[in-house]
Design a protein around this ligand. Structure first.
Ligand SMILES: Nc1ncnc2c1ncn2[C@@H]1O[C@H](COP(=O)(O)OP(=O)(O)O)[C@@H](O)[C@H]1O
Ligand code: SF4
Ligand SMILES: [Mg+2]
Length: 322
């Protein structure tokens, strides 16, 4: 069994207009040391996927309607909050987009790292300090020992994101989920943070899920890619295959818009229209209203995600046509 197996995962939210599914039938697996990129426009279900895996969605309004998450063979969606907390402490960690709001402004970064260490192990004070310095070193914060007493506002945006990664690493996770880890950063700093994630994967053998709306970020970091649209997986492939031969028209559209990290502003110009709200999804293929290849049969039913080449799946009824 893989380190992480997500099978047919469906998560819904109770809303004023009834229950809506944010993600549907999401399946993927991840091996130790592998980097999976999850990509898709804002609202496609990337964060809900991550938060369901982490058990961090408040229930209610959220509810896992179907499917499950197996981490190291253990099913997570059925665990009690207390047992899930233990998994989060020592198995899976998450880094969020906004390091400014995730760090506590009134505590030094040293205190925040040591607090995490205390929560996950019984370290003495000097051992905590030694390990906090080691964590800051590991995320390449220069003169780490001298920076322990710094407050978050004394650091740059890139350094704050590194501190967030250090905190996530403090409990030695085997899986790190980074949700839009570089979106708030400028291009040069983005590249440095992505390099850091790849180095950490190499050094620690961690599996990493990088969530982004930016295909350039995927190209830089991922081994494998999962493309999401309107709550569903529309394509999954090794990174080279996806970039060389995208099978789903949505993936092709994403690639046409974002050739590299530097072209962030050119994002999505080539795909007309916008992502449907969960309560207003069209019948059949959800991408149909925006798809240049649409035919009548596309709206007859949801196109199944089918294998098209080794390790390459796509959910489009027109794949394989000339
Ligand atoms: N607490 C919530 N209540 C209702 N709907 C939600 C909630 N959180 C997320 N959603 C819906 O789930 C869908 C997926 O959201 P999300 O996973 O955050 O997208 P992404 O991370 O890809 O931008 C969106 O349509 C969003 O409106
Ligand atoms: S199933 Fe039809 S509408 Fe959907 S992506 Fe394929 S061609 Fe486009
Ligand atoms: Mg998100």
């Amino acid at each position: 069994m893989s380190l992480l197996e997500v099978r047919n995962l469906t998560t819904a939210f109770a809303t004023e207009r009834g229950e809506v599914t944010a993600i549907e039938d999401v399946s993927f697996s991840l091996e130790a040391g592998e980097i999976l990129g999850i990509v898709g426009e804002s609202g496609s279900g990337k964060s809900v996927t991550a938060l369901t895996i982490m058990g961090l969605l408040p229930r209610p309004p959220a509810r896992v309607v179907a499917g499950g998450v197996w981490f190291d063979g253990q099913e997570l969606t059925a665990l009690s909050d207390r047992r899930m907390e233990r998994v989060r402490g020592s198995g899976i960690s998450m880094v969020f987009q906004e390091p400014m709001t995730s760090l506590n402004p009134v505590l030094t970064i040293g205190e925040q790292i040591m607090e995490t260490l205390r929560a996950h192990g019984s370290y003495g004070a000097s051992e905590q300090r030694r390990r906090a310095v080691e964590m800051l070193d590991r995320v390449r914060i220069p003169s780490a020992a001298a920076r322990l007493g710094d407050y978050p506002h004394q650091l740059s945006g890139g350094q704050r994101q590194r501190v967030m990664i250090a905190i996530a690493l403090a409990c030695q996770p085997r899986l790190l989920i980074a949700d839009e880890p570089t979106t708030a950063l400028d291009v040069t700093i983005q590249a440095q943070v992505l390099d850091l994630l790849m180095d950490l994967r190499d050094e620690l053998g961690m599996a990493v899920i990088v969530i982004t709306h930016n295909m350039g970020v995927i190209a830089e970091t991922a081994d494998r890619v999962m493309v999401m649209y309107a709550g569903r997986v529309v394509e999954q492939a090794p990174v080279e295959a996806l970039f060389d031969r995208p099978l789903h028209p949505y993936t092709a559209g994403l690639l046409a818009c974002v050739p590299s990290l530097e072209h962030e502003t050119a994002r999505l110009v080539a795909i007309p229209g916008s992502l449907p709200e969960p309560a207003r999804r069209p019948p059949g293929c959800r991408f149909a209203p925006r798809c240049a290849r649409r035919v009548e049969a596309c709206v007859a039913g949801l196109p199944p995600l089918l294998p098209r080449a080794p390790g390459h799946e796509a959910a489009c009824i027109r794949v394989g046509e000339a």
